[in-house]
Design a protein around this ligand. Structure first.
Ligand code: OGA
Ligand code: MN
Length: 292
């Protein structure tokens, strides 16, 4: 059955159906999903509970996978395959993690507007997040379209930011949240990555306003001015009218393009179990080929 798409928001995001994600994808399926991703930025698949291997298989159809910050944390992991990112408040033994545990501390950064792995080169192309257990309240994930953000900037700001670049740093969000327990060695493990603030999204050819909380400094800008401008641009990119809030159901899989959207998790009672599993595809030439 061909892919079916229903828009869920006036600007971006569609619900997708018609493809069984537990089965290997045909090249035509991959093309159809890429085309939909290039148009909508975020695809919501309902009632597609994938097991760990199925989620890895699905993700690898789009390119090589990324393990993000795991190489910095070097913690004991709960999930068996290192290509799965454990977005949960559950410790390595399977218990709900203590409120102030390192596991929770590192997940809290997901509640700030970001693009996955924008602090690395290559950065992330697609992320796929599946919901296994949801809390009784809260815990939505919100998305914002960075193409719409660019398009709706005033012309003076567009001119002011043309050609600017920002440095994105892996531990910046952790430091913002008061999590400073990193050795100098860990702090240097992932050197900052630099990206243009006005970028072109390869899949749609549209300009994007590439901001987010990993961006800590505009290159060659005075620090105060840089911080103010980054905050201002982020505020613009995440105005409510451009935000889609996903209310999870167990068995949902949401995939997003980190080069054209931002996302953040929303607050929930951290003493209640929330289990999500993520796979992320690196933005490499191979991923580009798979997307062609
Ligand atoms: C992520 C993320 C937000 C959430 O998985 O990359 O930011 O709602 N998740 O868990
Ligand atoms: Mn994320």
């Amino acid at each position: 059955m061909p892919i079916q798409l229903t828009a869920l928001h006036p600007v971006f995001v569609a619900e997708a159906s018609g493809i069984d994600l537990t089965q290997p994808l045909s090249p035509a399926d991959v093309r159809a999903i890429n085309a939909a991703m290039n148009q909508y930025g975020v695809l919501v698949w309902r009632n597609q509970p994938l097991n760990a291997q199925q989620q890895i298989q699905f993700a690898t159809a789009f390119g090589p996978l990324d393990i993000g910050l795991k190489r910095v944390f070097q913690r004991k992991e709960r999930l068996e395959d290192e290509r799965l990112i454990d977005i949960s408040n559950v410790d390595a033994e399977g218990n709900v993690a203590k409120r102030d545990s390192p596991k929770n501390l590192s997940n809290y950064a997901n509640q700030l507007w970001h693009s996955d792995s924008s602090f690395m080169e290559p950065r992330a192309a697609y992320s796929m997040l599946s919901c296994l257990i949801k809390p009784s309240w809260g815990g939505n994930t919100e998305f914002a379209d960075l193409r719409y953000a660019y398009d709706t900037l005033d012309s003076r700001t567009k001119q002011a930011i043309e050609g600017l670049k920002a440095e994105h740093y892996a531990l910046h969000t952790r430091l913002i949240l008061g999590d400073e327990a990193y050795t100098d060695e860990q702090k240097k493990l992932i050197p900052p990555a630099v990206w243009p603030i006005v970028d072109t999204h390869s899949g749609s050819g549209r300009k994007v306003l590439f901001v987010g909380v990993h961006a800590r400094q505009i290159i060659d800008f005075p620090t105060a001015e840089s911080r103010l401008l980054l905050l201002d641009l982020l505020e613009h990119a995440t105005r409510r009218e451009g935000v889609y809030a996903h209310e999870w159901a167990v068995g949902d899989l949401v995939m997003w393009d980190n080069r054209s959207t931002l996302h953040r998790g929303r607050r929930f009672d951290i003493a209640e179990r929330r289990e999500m599993r993520r796979t992320t595809v690196n933005d490499t030439p191979e991923a580009m080929l798979a997307a062609a």
